[in-house]
Design a protein around this ligand. Structure first.
Ligand SMILES: Cc1cc2nc3c(=O)[nH]c(=O)nc-3n(C[C@H](O)[C@H](O)[C@H](O)COP(=O)(O)O)c2cc1C
Length: 670
C-alpha cells in the first residue's frame, strides 16, 4: 500500500455519518458480528457490514467456489473457482478495511466449535445454506443460551424474509419446530416460517426446479442483495439499540417482484394452527413438485460422446408429425452419416403425398446443420428416394470459418404449444427475425386481426370436424396419443394436446374402442364439438396471428428435396420463434384436407369425406387469394403468439439416441 493510498477508517466510512453519529460509527467499529456461511447471502452480508464500518467478524464456511455459485455469490468469479469461500471473502473484506479483525472458520460450524464461533460476538447473522438445518439449529440454540441476538434474512424468490431472534424472546426452535423432523418436513416448516404470508408460488415459474431431495433450490442475485440491505439495517438497530426491531413470531418480507411488504405475526410460532395448516399444504406441494422433477425433460448431452454422436444427440430433437421420428441413423465414417428415412404415408392420412414426413426430415437436416456448427463443422446433404422412404446422405466437413449458430441453443427447448396464447400482437422485430429466418426460397404471410384469425380458426375447426369422425383418423389418433406419460418418447402425450381435463376424460373413454369412437365422433351430431372448440376455435382466436409459409416460386411437383428444404426453413422459423419468445402450433390438417380436396383424392371409406374436403379446399383458396397467395405455393400453416407464463408440464420428448442408431451397412474394406 503506497503512502498516497494509505487506509484511513474515518475517511473510508465517513459518508455514512448523518445516518449514524460519529460516536455510533466508533461503536460499530468495536462490534463483532458472526456470519455462518460465506456464499450467497453470507458473502454480501460480510461486504455490506464491512462497508458499514463493523470492525470484527467471525466467518465460517467449509465450501469452495464453483460455477453454480456465479448467479448470486459475491466471491464467485473465474479467478476464485475452487478456492475456499471463507478465504476469498476474508481477502475481499480486508480489501475494504485492512484493519479488520477477522476470525476464519474454514471447517464450517459443528457442535464442537459453535461456542468458539460465537465467542465475544455481539450479533449473529445466519447465512447458512437453506438446507443446512442441523448446523442452523445448533447455532441458533447456542445464541439463545448465550443471549446473543440472532437474525436470519433469507433470500426467497426476488425478495428477502427477515426474522429476529432476540434474547428473552421466542427462540428459533419455538418458532420453526424443526428438530427431529424429516428433511422434507424441515423444508416445509422453514419455508412457511420464513415467509408465512408471501405468495411466492405466484411467480415461481418452474416449481419443479425446487429440488428438495437433492437439496437444491432456485435463487436470484437480486434477493441476496436485498437480504444484505435488510441485515445491515437490522444490525444498525440491534447493535446501536435504536429503531424498532420485531422479534419472532413476527416476520417481515419485502418482495421486489410482487412490490409487496408483508408483516406477519404468528403467535405460538410452530403451534399456530394457521402455520400448521400451511406446513401441511406446503409439504404436499413439495412432494408433488418432486414427483414432476423426476419425470424426464430434455436430456443433457453426454460429454464423453464423440462429435458425431453429440451432433445426433442434439439433432434428434427435430419435430415430426405425430412425433413419429421417421429416421434411423447409420454412421458410415467419422464425418459421413446416412439417415434412413421411412415415409409411411399409407397408414397415416395426415401424411398427404408423404409431404409432412419429408418436411420433418428437413427439420432434422436443419438440426444436423446447426448442431454441427457447434463443433466447427459445416454440412452438405443429398437425398435419394428409395420408396417408401429414402436415404439422406449427410457429409460433414471441418470448417475453420464455421461459427456456432445461435439457434443451436433452442433446439431442445423448442416445443409445440397447443394451448391458447396471449393476444398481444407480434412486434416488428419479432416478425423481421422470423421472415429473415426463412431465407430466399420462402416467405411468410401473416394473418392478423380478429377477422383473419376467425377465418383461420373456422377453417381449422372444419378440418378438425372432417378428421375427428373418420375411421382412418381415429385409428391414427388411437396409435399416436399417449395416455400414460406426460413426457412421451414416441407419441404425443394427451396432456399436451391442449384440451381440458374433463374433455380428456371423455376422449379417453370414447377412444378406448375403435367402433365406439367411430359412432360417437362420426355419427353423433355434435360429437366433435368440444374438441373443435377447445383445440381450434378458442386457441385460434387466442394468439397473435396465424401464418402461411409460402414458396416464392413453384417447385417440381412432389420433389422430395423441395419438401426437405421446406422443413429446413420451417425449423429455422420455429427455432427463431422460440428464440424471440413466441410459441407456435402447426395446423397441417387443414392443408392436408385442402390438398385432398384439390386433387379429388380418395382418402377415406366415408363417402362424405371428399365432398367436405372439396368445400374446405374452396374456402382455403378464397382465403389465400384474399391474401395474394397462390394456394398451391402454401407449404405450411400454423398459429403463433406469446405463450402464457405457465410452463407446460407435458410435451413429446424423443427416443433415446441408442434406439435410433443402425449398424453400419457398408462392407468393411479390410
Ligand atoms: C411437418 C409437421 C407437421 C405437424 N403438424 C401438426 C399439426 O397439424 N398439429 C399439431 O398439433 N402438431 C403438429 N406438428 C407438431 C408435432 O406433433 C410435434 O412437433 C411433435 O409431436 C414433437 O413435439 P415437440 O414439437 O413438442 O417436440 C407437426 C410437426 C411437423 C414437423
Amino acid at each position: 500500500m503506497s503512502a498516497q493510498h494509505a487506509f484511513d477508517y474515518h475517511a473510508a466510512f465517513s459518508r455514512t455519518l448523518g445516518w449514524v453519529t460519529t460516536l455510533e460509527l466508533q461503536q460499530l467499529r468495536h462490534k463483532r458480528v458472526a456470519i455462518a456461511g460465506a456464499g450467497g447471502v453470507g458473502g454480501v452480508h460480510l461486504l455490506t457490514l464491512a462497508r458499514l464500518g463493523i470492525g470484527a467478524f467471525n466467518i465460517a464456511d467449509l465450501d469452495t467456489f464453483e460455477l453454480a455459485n456465479f448467479n448470486r455469490q459475491a466471491g464467485a468469479m473465474m479467478s476464485t473457482l475452487g478456492q475456499p469461500k471463507v478465504e476469498v471473502m476474508a481477502t475481499m473484506a480486508r480489501d475494504i478495511n485492512p484493519e479488520l479483525d477477522l476470525r476464519v472458520f474454514p471447517g464450517g460450524i459443528n457442535a464442537g466449535n459453535v461456542e468458539d464461533f460465537l465467542h465475544d460476538v455481539d450479533l449473529y447473522i445466519d447465512a447458512l445454506d437453506f438446507f443446512a438445518f442441523e448446523a442452523r439449529t445448533a447455532v441458533f440454540a447456542a445464541c439463545a443460551r448465550l443471549d446473543i441476538p440472532a437474525i436470519t434474512v433469507a433470500p426467497l424468490g426476488m425478495g428477502a424474509a427477515l426474522i429476529n431472534f432476540l434474547p428473552g424472546q421466542m427462540t428459533f426452535e419455538q418458532y420453526f419446530g424443526i428438530a427431529g423432523k424429516s428433511d422434507a418436513d424441515k423444508t416445509a416448516r422453514f419455508l412457511v416460517g420464513l415467509a408465512p404470508g408471501t405468495p411466492l408460488r405466484h411467480y415461481l415459474i418452474e416449481p419443479h426446479r425446487s429440488d428438495t431431495p437433492h437439496r437444491r433450490g432456485p435463487s436470484t442475485p437480486m434477493s441476496v442483495q436485498l437480504c444484505a440491505g435488510v441485515a445491515g439495517s437490522e444490525a444498525v438497530k440491534i447493535l446501536l439499540k435504536r429503531g424498532r426491531t420485531w422479534p419472532a413470531p413476527h416476520s417481515i418480507t419485502y418482495d421486489a417482484f410482487l412490490n409487496r411488504h408483508i408483516h406477519c405475526w404468528r403467535p405460538g410460532g410452530r403451534y399456530n394452527p394457521y402455520t400448521r395448516l400451511q406446513v401441511w399444504l406446503v409439504s404436499r406441494y413439495i412432494q408433488h413438485q418432486a414427483a414432476i422433477a423426476k419425470k424426464s425433460g430434455p436430456a443433457q448431452s453426454d460429454a464423453s460422446q464423440d462429435t458425431m454422436s453429440r451432433i445426433l444427440d442434439l439433432a434428434r430433437w427435430a419435430p415430426s408429425g405425430d412425433n413419429e421420428q421417421p429416421w434411423r441413423f447409420e454412421v458410415r465414417s467419422e464425418t459421413r452419416l446416412v439417415v434412413h428415412f421411412l415415409n409411411q404415408h399409407a397408414d397415416n392420412l395426415y401424411n398427404y403425398a408423404g409431404r409432412p414426413s419429408l418436411i420433418s426430415l428437413g427439420c432434422l437436416a436443419e438440426n444436423l446443420r446447426l448442431a454441427a456448427s457447434r463443433h466447427g463443422w459445416s454440412m452438405a446433404w443429398q437425398y435419394q428416394p428409395q420408396p417408401p422412404g429414402g436415404l439422406l446422405q449427410v457429409d460433414f466437413d471441418r470448417d475453420a470459418a464455421q461459427r456456432t449458430e445461435p439457434l443451436c441453443e433452442f433446439i431442445a427447448l423448442r416445443s409445440v404449444d397447443r394451448r391458447p396464447y396471449r393476444r398481444v400482437a407480434l412486434e416488428t422485430r419479432q416478425k423481421l427475425a422470423l421472415e429473415q429466418a426463412l431465407g430466399d426460397e420462402f416467405r411468410v404471410c401473416w394473418l392478423e386481426g380478429t377477422r383473419a384469425r376467425w377465418q383461420c380458426s373456422r377453417l381449422n375447426a372444419s378440418a378438425s370436424r372432417i378428421r375427428q369422425g373418420l375411421p382412418e383418423a381415429i385409428r391414427v389418433h388411437r396409435r399416436i396419443l399417449d395416455w400414460d406419460h406426460d413426457y412421451s418418447t414416441d407419441r404425443i402425450p394427451v396432456r399436451a394436446v391442449g384440451v381440458s381435463a374433463p374433455t380428456r376424460g371423455i376422449m379417453q373413454w370414447v377412444m378406448r374402442q375403435q367402433k365406439r369412437a367411430e359412432f360417437m365422433l362420426g355419427q353423433l351430431p355434435g360429437g366433435t364439438l368440444a374438441a373443435q372448440l377447445e383445440m381450434e376455435l378458442l386457441p385460434g382466436m387466442q394468439c397473435a396471428a396465424h401464418f402461411m409459409l409460402v414458396r416464392n416460386a413453384p417447385a417440381e411437383p412432389d420433389d422430395p428435396s423441395a419438401s426437405i428444404r421446406t422443413g429446413m426453413a420451417l425449423q429455422r422459423f420455429w427455432l427463431t420463434a422460440t428464440k424471440v419468445g413466441l410459441a407456435l402450433h402447426p395446423s397441417v390438417a387443414t392443408l392436408c384436407f385442402a390438398y385432398y380436396g384439390h386433387h379429388q383424392a380418395s382418402f377415406s371409406r366415408d363417402a362424405s369425406a371428399l365432398p367436405r374436403a372439396r368445400r374446405l379446399a374452396l374456402r382455403f383458396d378464397r382465403m389465400c387469394l384474399e391474401n395474394n397467395v397462390i394456394p398451391e405455393l402454401v407449404v405450411f400453416l400454423g398459429r403463433i403468439g406469446t405463450p402464457l407464463p405457465q410452463p407446460a408440464h407435458s410435451r413429446s420428448v424423443r427416443m433415446p439416441l441408442a434406439d435410433l442408431m443402425m449398424e453400419n451397412s457398408t462392407p468393411n474394406p479390410g
